[in-house]
Design a protein around this ligand. Structure first.
Ligand code: FAD
Length: 375
């Protein structure tokens, strides 16, 4: 039995580790060059909040300790108002629970290393899926050496929100998708360490709520922070010169200026990313071709649950294969039936949390409610 996984991101590489334990012959096809040998992409969600949902999957393949060794636990939100003191809201009354800031690159590399070591798994880079016959499992990949054609018994699309596998399935009429783009974009900025130390509290997820927009910052193991601006689409274009950028941030994010020496360079050179929710129906075709992770159900990032949810998918699919004695034709529909309601729920919650983070966390009523909850 041969399985092709398209996309060696977080979902695809974790999935390969799980499937290897079933004695299957698994090939991961990734369009990028090997990220372990090159430079990280500029400005693309450098760190992720990984919670217990994601850690559970890592624990099952024995990777939790390695990944957690570099994780920074964040026990609550630190609110940065325009004026006035910082305001910490604990995530848990008992103070013992946290979400973990983890580097995306390091996590992906650890998963790729684990997949590469797993028996029966091979990884090929610089292979971009451009054609797929969902009925026969025949695939075409664009590579530096030209078009490569291969066939697999099972094809799993773990190729992210803009999935080419999904596009092929939509094209042949097996699947219908609907992508709701948010009218907000995101841009990353950096807060470096100073004198080898963090310049903000590393035990918190920092939020600058500004009504219709916001900025967040998560700590990194090198004692820097990565900030993400979430602003209405198009509004990034208004700040075109260093003077405009410094003037705007001085007025709206005054405590950022002294700690972000690369602000102007980051702002002018980092890309603006798009955000959206992907709805797909169904997630599989012919019992042999399926979508998983963001390819099936990408969500906006405001609950920090996209990767956690994709990791849960992998555990759920593995469980379905166990329960169907490895029958893909039965496991794939079962997987979808079990996961769909959960993924739709987190998609809605993620959108709702954007309003809470950018607006409500700064309101006195919200703060009072949280204090009463924790009293
Ligand atoms: P991806 O990470 O997109 O990986 C897809 C892979 O497929 C990539 O390696 C890509 O190169 C490859 N690929 C694409 N097309 C092809 C092709 N045609 N052929 C071959 N390979 C292909 N989630 C959290 O849990 N916590 C967070 O804090 C969090 N923060 C986020 C912040 C931002 C700003 C964003 C945008 C997302 C965030 N997420 C977070 C969501 C998280 O990034 C995704 O849910 C996660 O990356 C999904 O993993 P994936 O492997 O399914 O897709």
């Amino acid at each position: 039995m041969t399985v092709a996984i398209v996309g060696a991101g977080l979902t695809g590489s974790l999935l390969a580790c799980f499937l290897a334990r079933r004695g299957l012959s698994v090939t991961l096809y990734e369009k990028r060059a090997d990220p372990r040998t090159g430079e990280a992409e500029r400005g693309r969600s450098i760190n992720l909040a990984i919670s217990e949902r994601g850690l559970d999957a890592l624990r099952r393949i024995g990777l939790d300790e390695e990944v957690m060794a570099d994780a920074l636990p964040m026990k609550g939100r630190m609110i940065h108002p325009v004026d006035g003191p910082l305001d910490f809201h604990s995530y848990s009354a008992s103070q013992d629970r946290a979400i973990n800031s983890i580097g995306r690159g390091a996590l992906n590399n650890a998963l790729l290393d684990a997949a590469e070591k797993a028996p029966g798994v091979s990884i090929v880079f610089e292979h971009r899926l451009v054609a797929l016959d969902s009925q026969t499992g025949a695939m075409g990949f664009e590579t530096p050496g030209g078009l490569v054609e291969v066939t697999a018994d099972v094809v799993l699309g773990a190729d992210g929100a803009g999935s080419a596998v999904r596009e092929q399935l939509v094209g042949d009429g097996s699947v219908v998708d609907d992508v709701d783009f948010l009218d907000y974009g995101y841009k990353e900025l950096s807060i470096p360490s100073a004198g080898g130390e963090f310049v903000l509290d590393p035990g918190a997820l920092h939020i600058w709520p500004r009504g219709t927009s916001m900025m967040i910052a998560l700590p990194n193991p090198d004692k820097s922070f990565t900030c993400t601006l979430f602003w209405p689409a198009g509004s990034f274009d208004a700040l075109t010169t260093p003077a405009l950028i410094l003037g705007y941030f001085g007025e709206h994010y005054p405590d950022l200026l002294p700690v972000a020496p690369t602000l102007v360079d980051d702002y002018l050179n980092n890309p603006v990313g798009v955000l959206g929710t992907v709805h797909t129906h169904p997630w599989q075709a012919h019992g042999r071709t399926a979508l998983i992770g963001d390819a099936a159900h990408a969500i906006v990032p405001f609950y920090g649950q996209g990767a956690n949810c994709a990791f849960e998918d992998v555990v759920a699919l593995d469980r379905c294969l166990n329960e169907t004695s490895g029958s893909w034709a039965r496991a794939l529909p079962l997987f979808e039936a079990r996961r769909r309601d959960n993924t739709e729920a987190i998609a809605e919650m993620a959108l709702a949390n954007f309003v809470e983070m950018r607006d409500k966390v700064a309101s006195p009523v919200f703060r009072l409610t949280k204090q009463l909850e924790h009293a």
